[in-house]
Design a protein around this ligand. Structure first.
Ligand code: ADP
Ligand code: ADP
Length: 224
């Protein structure tokens, strides 16, 4: 599903962090929001997810203006750097949870959980709790939980930041594979240029609440 921000504006108290930002994410593409700490990347992502309210402008999913919709109503899956898994639940229960709260029946839930577990390659870990999984495995579970409702949009906020170098490389290509296999429209927030270059179709460079350049990795490499 394509995403558009039109004159998106966000304030905290009296401080304007983002002013009239415009951005278009194409259907099925993975776009990086790249920029230094504090430039407004997470704020943008949280507004798209509905966790933050906008103070001005519009957010469109396809043709629909979702700016006033609460987070649960929006067709999005979110993954954070700290995984945010429920520690007392198994991987299976974590993934099933978003379906249970929507009242889906047990058999259907089982089918959906096993399908998504196969996609992210965690079938053998489903009975473990987060504490019994590596960081990479936990991030796979978090991806499965974000995708199990088949959202139209996947939002990734520094998903690799807590992983060691080896796992980070592995998960870069894994996240890209999963995004391409599902064809989901995705936004990756990162401050790592190599990560943005290697994972995404286009890169939007942010600075102080503005997008200052947006292009493909190839074009950025040619015209830095
Ligand atoms: P980034 O993700 O690029 O590191 P953020 O979007 O987290 O940046 O933050 C952008 C700016 O907004 C920063 O100056 C930050 O201090 C401020 N900010 C973020 N969240 C809040 C909040 N809940 N209350 C007040 N200021 C905030
Ligand atoms: P809930 O019981 O509402 O799902 P959570 O603790 O999971 O509460 O999340 C709190 C907020 O953060 C919610 O608005 C939820 O949409 C969002 N959130 C947290 N983690 C995720 C995730 N992995 N996928 C989607 N949204 C999430």
């Amino acid at each position: 599903m394509p995403i558009q921000l039109q004159d998106f504006t966000k304030r905290f108290d009296n401080t304007t962090v983002i002013e009239r930002m415009n951005l278009e994410v194409h259907d099925g593409e993975m776009l990086a929001l790249l920029g230094p700490s504090g430039c407004g990347k997470s704020t943008t992502l949280l507004a798209i997810s509905g966790i933050h309210r906008v103070n001005g402008g519009q957010i469109l999913f396809g043709e629909e203006d979702v700016s006033e919709q609460p987070s649960q109503k929006r067709n999005v899956g979110v993954v954070f750097q700290n995984y945010a898994l429920y520690p007392h639940m198994t991987a299976y229960q974590n993934i099933a949870f978003p379906l249970e709260v929507r009242g889906m029946g047990r058999e259907q839930i089982d089918k959906e959980v096993r399908a998504i577990a196969a996609l992210v390659h965690i079938e053998q870990y489903l009975e473990r709790r987060p504490g019994q999984l590596s960081g990479g495995q936990q991030q796979r579970v978090a991806l499965a939980r974000a995708l199990v409702r088949k959202p139209g949009v996947l939002l990734l906020d520094e998903p690799l930041a807590n992983l060691d170098a080896k796992l980070r490389l592995e998960m870069r290509s894994e996240i890209r594979r999963i995004q391409q296999e599902t064809g989901i429209t995705a936004i990756l927030v990162t401050h790592d240029q190599v990560e943005a270059m290697s994972m995404c179709d286009r890169i939007a460079i942010m600075n102080e609440g503005q997008i200052i350049q947006i292009d493909t990795p190839t074009e950025m490499y040619r015209n830095p």
